[in-house]
Design a protein around this ligand. Structure first.
Ligand code: FES
Length: 102
């Protein structure tokens, strides 16, 4: 079973994202209003900060060179990035972010 890590941080407000550090990993958490998504914060191209990317639907665009990733699967939708980002199950427990980190 994947251990759940509670981050001592409230979820970001709807329509925004934050970067959190969990077990040495930087993870971007997006609140799309009805759903939360968590992915590696570093773009797989040259580590652009994905939590600062623009989100349309469930796709985030890296602010550095425009790569796009699906927030649900981590898959690349548009390069120059060629490798998917990791995704992590995320939920809210007692008002805090709870992430499942393998
Ligand atoms: S660092 Fe994200 S597209 Fe280049």
């Amino acid at each position: 079973m994947t251990p759940t890590q509670i981050v001592d941080q409230a979820p970001p407000p709807p329509g925004t994202a934050i970067r959190v550090s969990v077990g040495g990993r930087a993870i971007a958490v997006f609140n799309l209003g009805s759903t939360l998504h968590a992915i590696d914060a570093a773009c797989t191209h040259v580590r652009g900060p994905l939590e600062r990317g623009r989100v349309e639907g469930t796709v985030v665009t890296c602010p550095l060179h425009g790569s796009q990733f699906d927030l649900q699967t981590g898959a690349v939708r548009r390069g120059p990035a060629a490798q998917a980002v990791k995704t992590y199950p995320v939920r809210i427990e007692n008002g805090k972010l709870a992430l499942e980190i393998p």
